[in-house]
Write a protein that binds this ligand. Structure first.
Ligand code: AMP
Ligand code: GLY
Length: 425
């Protein structure tokens, strides 16, 4: 069959690599893709926001299955748009993608359906929001309602910061329309974990718990990024807790969406805060995580294509999902200055050497080809990913590979996986 992947980051590279392993995939396209994805797929120069262009491409090339990476096209209704012309596409409808597209929608759904989450209030008036802040006091989290590339949550340690957050969202309009409304929620503490599940709207296939590393520097310091590394399975969730999350959060959410007449299909991602005696939902995403998909793709033993197809066709109950033993871990190498301003077009060296290593893959997030060489083309540049018999070994192997790769200004966290290896000691 012919498969089209929509997107251009490390997540899409991991999907392209995994789909390319499948005997069912005869031909893979990616739009727009990147220099690394080119090794597994033919890249088409169509932006992920160009729904018309993407659909025309899928029709012209007789694509059998489209897999969407990023949230923006899903929230813009790419699934409905493709289905209207009889095209098969993996992901939630626009109505279901609202789970990520509106944080207020998601919080109300959780409140109505008893899904554990931090207490919250919603506001569209800055004065009212500030009066509420003064009443309840800090710490608090102030969040813009809509999509803001993961930057819409402002954790505030005092009321002054919380007032400033309200100004940024409602008055200065820093997040555009995404900030027409905001929510203020109780600040939770604990360890974060990402739980992802494939679903056809009735049945689910859970993925191992995964842990992202959002702050840019070691020890979770510095500003938040799109993610500096990830690993799975994350030992912060014991198998008993994992079952509880599956039952009380994932299945409950799928039921709730059915009851709201927004049946959810595709991959459901719940970002959780795991505290002493409970796990709460921080957010939902309507897609695979990035970088989470990079270790998940390596850890997945089963062919991914029958799983994706079954989620689209509604027969996920008939397909087994199997995972490798051991662990997978991904270290992001980023451009100097990221997540602030950074320079592009730095030459990358050492990739050929890493290519010779077993059980290591380098997924490209932001690269471009110049002549025969790879150059940097984004904030996050590479996801150096390794799989091994244990987390400790996967971590060593990934960092051994990272040390072989160079580009001017490159930086990365040196403690990806430390929380897991510490727990396992
Ligand atoms: P979100 O976009 O809602 O996932 O938030 C982004 C990040 O903000 C999360 O990964 C957390 O680190 C932090 N965060 C969000 N909500 C809360 C909360 N209620 N309590 C503490 N931290 C939070
Ligand atoms: N890694 C966080 C996300 O994909 O949203």
């Amino acid at each position: 069959m012919k498969v089209l992947i929509v997107g251009s980051g490390g997540r899409e590279h991991a999907l392209a690599w995994k789909i390319a392993q499948s005997p069912l995939a005869d031909k893979i396209f990616c739009a727009p893709g990147n220099a690394g994805i080119r090794r597994h797929a033919e890249c088409a120069d169509i932006e992920d926001s160009d729904l018309r262009g993407l659909r025309k491409f899928a029709l012209d090339n007789k694509i059998d299955l489209t897999v969407v990476g990023p949230e923006a096209p899903l929230c813009a209704g790419i699934v409905d748009f493709f289905k209207a012309r009889g095209l098969k596409i993996f992901g939630p409808s626009q109505a279901a993608a609202r789970l990520e597209g509106s944080k207020i929608f998601a919080k109300n759904l959780m409140r109505q359906h008893n899904i554990p989450t931090a207490d919250f209030r919603t506001f569209d008036s800055a004065d009212r929001a500030k009066a509420y802040i003064d009443m309840v006091g800090a710490p608090l989290v102030v969040k813009a309602d809509g999509l803001a590339a993961g930057k819409a949550a402002l954790v505030c340690h005092d009321t002054q910061q919380a007032h400033e957050a309200v100004n940024r969202i409602l008055i200065e309009g820093e997040f555009g329309e995404a900030g027409n409304r905001l929510l203020i929620e109780q600040c939770l503490s604990g360890e974060e974990v990402s739980m992802l599940a494939l679903t056809d709207g009735r049945c689910i296939a859970m993925m191992p718990p995964c842990q992202d590393h959002k702050p840019v520097f070691d020890g979770d310091r510095g500003p938040n990024t799109g993610g500096m590394g990830a690993y799975c399975p994350a030992p912060v969730l014991t198998s008993e807790w994992e079952k509880m999350v599956e039952r009380e959060i994932i299945i409950q959410t799928i039921h709730a969406m059915n009851r709201e007449e927004r049946p959810y299909r595709g991959v459901l991602y719940a970002g959780l805060m795991v505290g002493e005696d409970e796990a709460d939902v921080l957010e939902y995403n309507c897609r695979f995580g990035d970088p989470e998909m990079q270790p998940l793709a390596m850890q997945l033993k089963s062919d991914i294509v029958p799983l994706l197809s079954a989620a689209v066709e509604g027969n996920l109950a008939d397909v087994e999902i199997e995972w490798h033993d051991g662990a997978s871990l991904c270290v992001i190498m980023a451009s100097g200055g990221y997540p602030g301003k950074y320079e592009k077009e730095m030459p990358i060296s050492g990739l050929e050497e890493v290519e010779k290593m077993e059980d290591v893959l380098v997924f490209h997030s932001g690269t471009r080809m110049e002549g025969d060489s790879y150059i940097t083309d984004g904030g996050r540049v590479l996801g150096v990913t390794a799989r091994a018999g244990s987390m400790e070994e996967a971590k060593k192997l990934a960092y051994r590979a990272v040390e072989k790769i160079h580009f001017p200004g490159a930086h990365y966290r040196t403690d990806i996986g430390s929380k897991a290896t510490f727990r396992q000691r």
